[in-house]
Write a protein that binds this ligand. Structure first.
Ligand SMILES: *Cc1c(COP(=O)(O)O)cnc(C)c1O
Length: 347
């Protein structure tokens, strides 16, 4: 069996949700979209469940999968994608977002007494949500429908950047337009949980921080390690080229190790060297990332053997920093990992 694996440290996940709780008095919604940011659902849900008030996903297929493991509320963050999704909402007992008039119109005669409707208001991101001036009008539009509760929500465009004034503008606007409503309110994602306590309101929505992709400096622990074993070692001479298009050329005699992982596993396709770790030492990759292989210049390290572990990232890696070297972001490093990468869960 190929040894390429993503290890997922469940105690670090538990640490992260507990840390997030220590940063807020609000209830927490665990955002588990995109197959839990690529980490797979079943093992993680049961750890988060005692700490959260709900889960959030994008598609009804994701919601149906999550529903197998929890009876807590599950929010469709983009609401229905077509009118018939309201039947699934009823069947699975889902919460859903209203961001557009067509979603309210297609609700028609549905009554959803088990569901919370989340009204998404655009406070300046200009992506999704009703213009904030229309809030009371929207309440009128949905006044004939039956819901368990209506929650008011918006989303911050720059919460990871504490120097960005857009955050305080959005928080101020959201506070103002919702102040005469006694409904529950939700604005903060991971970044805002750490950076903007005044944005927490009733429910905070946390994604990337749970999965250790950001906010290491706030005490978050990475929960993943991506590693594989060396499958071949080759001697090459000064001047010889390695890999597709011969894009890398040896400046001296050296040893090249090959590992079985590539963009077919969801690893970013890049052309520049980056550091991997073998037996605690750092070595540079060479040439282009292939679909199924990456090559590493191990110099004259005679102690490195076929079968040695190579860490692409570890439990001590700041994925935000690594991802910028890989022309990516930590979210994408995780969500891109393909099904071909074996996932192993550590207690
Ligand atoms: C994905 C998402 C979140 C979670 O964001 P993180 O930065 O991963 O914490 C919160 N709210 C909405 C609407 C989202 O789409």
């Amino acid at each position: 069996m190929r040894k390429t694996e993503l290890q997922i440290n469940l105690s670090n996940l538990e640490h992260n949700i507990t840390l997030i709780q220590s940063y807020t008095k609000s209830s927490i919604q665990a955002v588990v979209k995109a197959n839990m940011y690529g980490l797979d659902i079943p093992n993680l849900i049961e750890i988060l469940e005692p700490h959260v008030e709900s889960f959030a996903v994008i598609t009804t297929e994701e919601a149906a999968e999550v529903r197998k493991y929890t009876s807590l509320p599950i929010l469709l963050l983009q609401g229905v994608h077509e009118a018939s999704d309201y039947f699934l909402i009823e069947e699975l007992g889902l919460d859903f977002v209203f961001h557009s008039d067509w979603q309210i119109e297609s609700l028609k005669e549905h009554s959803l007494p088990e569901s919370r409707a989340w009204l998404k208001i655009d406070t300046g991101m200009n992506r999704l949500g009703f213009e904030h001036e229309r809030l009371s009008e929207i309440f009128d539009l949905i006044s004939n429908s039956v819901f368990k509760e209506v929650v008011l929500m918006s989303h911050l465009a720059s919460s990871s950047d504490i120097d960005n004034n857009q955050n305080s503008d959005q928080i101020k606007l959201f506070s103002e337009i919702t102040k005469n409503y006694s409904n529950k309110k939700s604005l903060a994602n991971s970044g805002a949980i750490f950076n903007y306590p005044e944005s927490h309101f009733d429910i905070v929505r946390s994604g990337i921080a749970l999965y250790g992709g950001k906010y290491i400096e706030k005490g978050i622990k990475p929960i993943t390690r991506l590693r594989t074993q060396i499958i071949a070692i080759k001697k090459i001479r000064k001047g010889e080229r390695v890999g597709y298009d011969g894009s890398w050329q040896a400046s001296q005699d050296t040893l090249i190790a090959a590992i079985s992982i590539g963009y077919g596993d969801g690893f970013p396709y890049i052309h520049k060297p980056f550091l991997v770790s073998i037996n605690g030492e750092k070595y540079n990759t060479v040439g282009k990332i292939n679909m199924d292989l990456i090559t590493i210049d191990i110099n004259h390290s005679d102690n490195i053997k076929v079968g040695d572990w190579v860490e692409l990232w570890g439990f001590d890696t700041d994925l935000t920093e690594l991802s910028s070297n890989l022309n990516s972001i930590s979210y994408q490093l995780l969500t891109n990992l393909s099904r071909r990468v074996t996932k192993n869960y550590l207690e």
